[in-house]
Ligand binder design. Structure first.
Ligand SMILES: NC(=O)c1ccc[n+]([C@@H]2O[C@H](COP(=O)([O-])OP(=O)(O)OC[C@H]3O[C@@H](n4cnc5c(N)ncnc54)[C@H](O)[C@@H]3O)[C@@H](O)[C@H]2O)c1
Length: 256
């Protein structure tokens, strides 16, 4: 039995990594997906792949650093799908500048993409979720929302803010039948993590990977699909009494 039969789902940052895995999984589970990303070429490729295997997907190109584009993307998704049942706000970016190299533009982008885009997309989707009589919102935080990472103060602040936003929305919109939860991935094997670890091959690359895995009891990177499955559960009726939850998908990272 499919878990999101006919559900109208909007997923941001959908052209790569975890968001792409989410679009593919949600479509396999019967959802009608609108995939939002700023990378038009990759988005087209992802949407075409889903349709080629019989899934329902459309792409909306939007730079989610722009609040007007966030609003337009949600409205376009609603008009393409005839409503919205599920929103997965996955867009975000990391920042590895410490305060010794304080860069407020970098801080602003990090906050805007991780927090503001989720806030504006959700606000624009709310009337549609209410019209359906309820729905589910999933936000992508990170283990960085739950514990301190000394090299990433802006990212830490942004992901903690994502969790604050999630809890506020969960309480406020429970009465509308809208559940709001977050996934908190540990290190997941995607282009974003590869960018963070650096592209260096050989000993230096191996040492960076070892350092990244040192706090992970399972001693391996996660796969994008493993986060997508957690988001699917939160989005689906299987989690019908679950709201306000920050779910680590981290190989045991935050338990350590
Ligand atoms: N990969 C990890 O280890 C990890 C861990 C914890 C949390 N996360 C979170 O997952 C999310 C993305 O990570 P990923 O690993 O799937 O990355 P990814 O690099 O595979 O994909 C990121 C996607 O975001 C899109 N994007 C970037 N800027 C955008 C913008 N301004 N507007 C619209 N789209 C934009 C890119 O085009 C790309 O398709 C972020 O919220 C990140 O904080 C990732």
């Amino acid at each position: 039995m499919s878990r999101l039969p006919g559900k109208a789902c909007l997923i941001t940052a959908a052209a790569s990594g975890i968001g792409r895995a989410g679009c593919e999984l949600f479509a396999r589970e019967g959802a009608r997906v609108v995939a939002v990303d700023c990378d038009a070429a990759r988005l087209h490729y992802v949407v075409a792949g889903i349709r080629a295997t019989g899934g329902e997907a459309r792409g909306v190109v939007a730079d989610l650093l722009d609040p007007a584009a966030c609003q337009r993307a949600a409205q376009e998704a609603a008009s393409l799908l005839g409503g919205i049942d599920v929103v997965w706000n996955h867009a975000g970016m990391s920042s590895t500048r410490t305060l010794d190299a304080l860069d407020l533009d970098d801080y602003g982008r990090c906050m805007d993409l991780n927090v503001r885009s989720a806030m504006v997309v959700t606000a624009a989707a709310l009337p549609y979720l209410r019209r359906q009589g309820g729905g589910s919102v999933v936000l992508t935080a990170s283990v960085a929302g739950l514990i301190g990472l000394p090299e990433s103060p802006a990212y830490n602040a942004a992901k903690a803010a994502v969790l604050g936003l999630m809890r506020s929305l969960a309480i406020r919109h429970a009465r509308d039948g809208i559940r709001v939860n977050a996934v908190c991935p540990g290190p997941i094997d995607t282009p974003m993590l590869q960018g963070y670890l650096g592209t260096s091959e050989g000993d230096e690359g191996k040492a960076r990977l070892r350092r990244a895995l040192a706090p992970v009891p399972m001693r391996r990177l996660g796969r994008p699909e493993e986060v997508a499955h957690a988001a699917l559960w939160l989005a689906s009726g299987d989690a019908s009494y679950v709201t306000g939850v920050a779910l680590p998908v981290d190989g045991g990272y935050v338990a350590g």
